[in-house]
Design a protein around this ligand. Structure first.
Ligand code: SF4
Ligand code: SF4
Ligand code: SF4
Length: 358
């Protein structure tokens, strides 16, 4: 058993990778807070879009999506607005085959859809998640009430629309012999057979080179030979042979076969859960987005339930370029709160804690 206990915050694809890491390895990930995620943007294509608008990344102070538009707040105080459909032209290709809105393999999932301003929707999925939310209420970190039927309906409708649209994209891609392995219906026994015959070459052919990679960094994290490199773009492997008995990267990738207990059920718009609440922080108020996530992390660290949190922050001078880090500093967690519209290899910092895998 790993001595470290880490709380992780991630998008549904990152949380799926974390769940597979937990499934196949002795992992320090103890508590998973999944975020709601509609889509994410390609850093590379976004830079090109900015060029069309006569802007560069350095000009951007803040980026947000609201009511059918994407807004850029510039460092000089100006604001530039483009239609959401224009912004969607730079959505990462892999997001078009993603059937999860609400992080279905998390302990708790958090997002704004369904809740009024200042509150967040929290889907409690596991016994651990239920206990932590109950205790955080008892210790006055958060307050919670039931989601109303109409709030729940709204969340289910949006999640179901994403599932349906992207499932159609998956079928289209499979028909053109572009594999989408993670949605294939296989027994756990079959999956273990597939894994035992696969290595990075299969990951490259079936995920990376067909636009399915979510750039989570799980493959890089579990590679015992340090052969995988992820910089700004897709994972690459050093020119060195893999040991014949290693299949780690293929096993944990969120876009290879998912074990039965982790597979997304297309008939359940928001996955399995124990309860759904709408939650308000009683400890933090800085920023609307992420304040409940910040508060839960504060609770977990302050009460010694986890040692550190794995979070995604943005650099001061590059507001659009996120990076992952481990921290136990509540001020840092508060500072990092908020939506990130681009992805980064979230598991990278865990390499410093790496013990045995698979
Ligand atoms: S694949 Fe894209 S849409 Fe799906 S969870 Fe990841 S970032 Fe979000
Ligand atoms: S050594 Fe293992 S984890 Fe690393 S690239 Fe090869 S198969 Fe993947
Ligand atoms: S190939 Fe690596 S970085 Fe890409 S989705 Fe799979 S595990 Fe994540």
């Amino acid at each position: 058993m790993s001595k470290e206990k880490i709380a992780m915050v991630g998008t549904p694809c990152g949380i799926m990778a974390a769940s597979k890491i937990q499934h196949y390895t002795d992992s320090p990930i103890y508590f998973k807070i999944g975020l709601f995620c509609m889509e994410n943007f390609s850093y590379l294509y976004f830079t090109k879009l900015l060029k069309e608008l006569d802007l560069t990344m350095d000009d951007i102070e803040k980026f947000r999506i609201e009511k059918g538009y994407a807004f850029f707040n510039l460092k000089n105080g100006d604001q530039v607005k483009i239609s959401l459909s224009k912004a969607k032209t730079v959505v990462r290709k892999n997001c078009n085959i993603c059937v999860e809105l609400t992080s279905e393999t998390s302990d708790i999932s958090v997002g704004s859809i369904g809740s009024e301003n200042g509150w967040s929707t929290v889907i409690v999925r596991t016994d651990k998640g239920e206990k932590i939310i109950k205790d955080a209420i008892k210790h006055k970190y958060i307050k919670a009430k039931e989601l109303t039927p109409s709030q729940l309906k709204l969340l289910e409708r949006i999640a179901s629309n994403k599932k349906k649209a992207n499932h159609e994209n998956i079928e289209e891609r499979e028909a053109k012999a572009r594999p989408v392995l993670y949605q294939r219906d296989k027994t756990d026994e079959n999956i273990m057979e597939e894994i035992s015959e696969s290595n990075f070459d299969d990951l490259r052919a079936n995920v990376i080179n067909v636009g399915a990679c979510v750039l989570c960094g799980a493959c890089e994290y579990v590679c015992p030979e340090e052969l995988i490199l992820i910089k700004n773009t897709k994972p690459r492997k050093k020119r060195k042979e893999c040991p014949p008995d290693c299949h780690n990267c293929f096993a944990v990738c969120p876009r290879t076969f998912a074990p039965v207990n982790l597979r997304n059920d297309l008939n359940k718009s928001i996955g399995d859960y124990k309860k759904i609440l709408t939650v308000k922080s009683l400890k933090h108020n800085k920023g609307q987005d992420g304040v409940v996530v910040t508060t839960i992390l504060d609770y977990l660290i302050t009460k010694g339930i986890v040692n550190q949190a794995l979070i995604v922050d943005k650099k001061e001078d590059l507001s659009w370029k996120p990076y992952a880090k481990l921290t136990k500093d509540i001020d840092e967690i508060v500072k990092a709160s908020g939506t990130k519209y681009s992805v980064c290899p979230v598991f990278k910092p865990l390499k410093q804690l790496k013990e045995d895998v698979i």
